[in-house]
Design a protein around this ligand. Structure first.
Ligand code: SF4
Length: 374
């Protein structure tokens, strides 16, 4: 019995998985589409493979059906609150990269309150995602806990997207009212990971991937996983994530899970050319494949994606959307439009997104899903 996912991951050979996906046939896709029981990762590989392209419409119909069966005709809205852009890491695709000469901000208590109040004026948000760069010295767990306590009276559900923490630190934040942790591995390609994360704590692949086990052991209610599309071959990367998801579900079965697949966006500083480009059609295929693979998992999409695409996916598999997002610390009230982490692609107001969802016959849920399902 393996005790950490890294031990399982080490047994997979990247090129073998890549070959397995790319040699899937129409027959493999049809077998996956006909299954009424839970799909395995091999089925998932068939559904994301080039061989599945002619089956997109069938996959979309099934994806919509399973999503509606599990979540009803509803979409959960959340809002990110960037607390700081201070970061010790050198991620080559990010505007907050330590070597990027931008103004660094760590929001003080009264500034966090101003931001929270500005968010509440935008819409009836009950689910906030607190986001930081990685600066354990000046914005470590004490700072995060304090921010969480400031935000708590305003929201029924608080999630974080911060640097990987120790198990004890996750426990401490849970006691302070934390609900969910989102942490993106970015890529599961261990050898190439350092090319994208050359310096700082994030260059330690094992520390990052082990964080999911630490979250599970700490009893985090919901864990969000994600691959940054554009680094490595996306099909192989998301397959590794599917293995990871199944491992976590089996090992930490009380926890719920969320999946994201952000595509690289332009940002401040030296431009990063994606190594692999995913078309809208391929992203749709991936969303459908994940829904068929797992009927219960939350599928989230941020404002990185263009609004028409988000609207289309609203009824076809996505269950959670960010809205009104500012990707810079203080972006809602304190420092407007100065310090974005990445450029957003859907700049509609929460009201406009609300109306777009309603127009499609769907209800908006402002709370986190798990709290609605309790
Ligand atoms: S992706 Fe995160 S860790 Fe990397 S530079 Fe940006 S803020 Fe820092």
């Amino acid at each position: 019995m393996k005790s950490l996912f890294i031990e399982i991951l080490n047994e997979y050979v990247w090129d073998d998985i890549h070959l397995r996906i790319n040699t899937k046939t129409s027959k493999d896709v049809e077998v996956a589409l006909c299954k009424s029981c839970q799909l395995n990762v091999d089925d998932f590989m068939a559904l994301i493979s080039p061989a599945a392209t002619p089956y997109l419409e069938q996959m979309a119909v099934l994806s919509r059906k399973y999503t509606q069966q599990r979540f009803g005709k509803t979409i959960q809205l959340y809002v990110p609150l960037y607390l700081t852009n201070s970061c010790v890491n050198h991620c080559v695709y990010c505007g907050f990269n330590h070597k990027n000469p931008i103004k660094r901000i760590i929001l003080a208590d009264e500034q966090i309150i101003r931001e929270v109040e500005a968010i509440k004026a935008l819409g009836d948000f009950q689910h906030v995602l607190l986001v930081t760069g990685d600066n354990p010295r000046d914005a470590g767990v004490d700072y995060i806990e304090n921010a969480l306590c400031i935000a708590k009276p305003y929201f029924s559900s608080i999630s974080i997207e911060v640097q990987p923490l120790q198990e004890e630190e996750y426990k401490r934040l849970m006691e302070a009212g934390l609900h969910a942790v989102y942490c993106y591995q970015e890529t599961y390609h261990k050898e190439n990971f350092k090319n994208y994360h050359p310096k700082g704590m994030k260059s330690r692949f094992d520390w990052r991937i082990d964080a999911f086990d630490r979250m599970g052991k700490a009893g985090v209610h919901k864990i969000g996983l994600g691959v940054l599309i554009g680094l490595e071959d996306w099909r192989t990367d998301v397959t590794m994530m599917a293995f990871h998801l199944r491992y976590l579900q089996k090992t930490y079965w009380r926890t719920r899970y969320s999946i994201s697949f952000p595509r690289i966006r332009p940002h401040e500083g030296e431009a990063f050319q994606p190594n692999s480009v995913m078309s809208d059609k391929e992203l749709a295929q991936l969303i459908f494949a994940f829904r068929l693979f797992d009927h219960d998992v939350e599928l989230a999409m941020s404002t990185r994606e263009e609004h028409k695409f988000r609207d289309n996916m609203t009824t076809l598999g996505i269950t959670s959307l960010s809205a009104g997002s500012k990707t810079d610390p203080g972006g809602y009230a304190v420092y407007k439009k100065e310090l974005e982490q990445f450029a957003i692609n859907d700049d509609r107001s929460p009201d406009e997104i609300f109306n777009a969802i309603k127009t499609q016959g769907y209800e908006v849920v402002w709370k986190d899903w798990d709290l609605c399902l309790q």
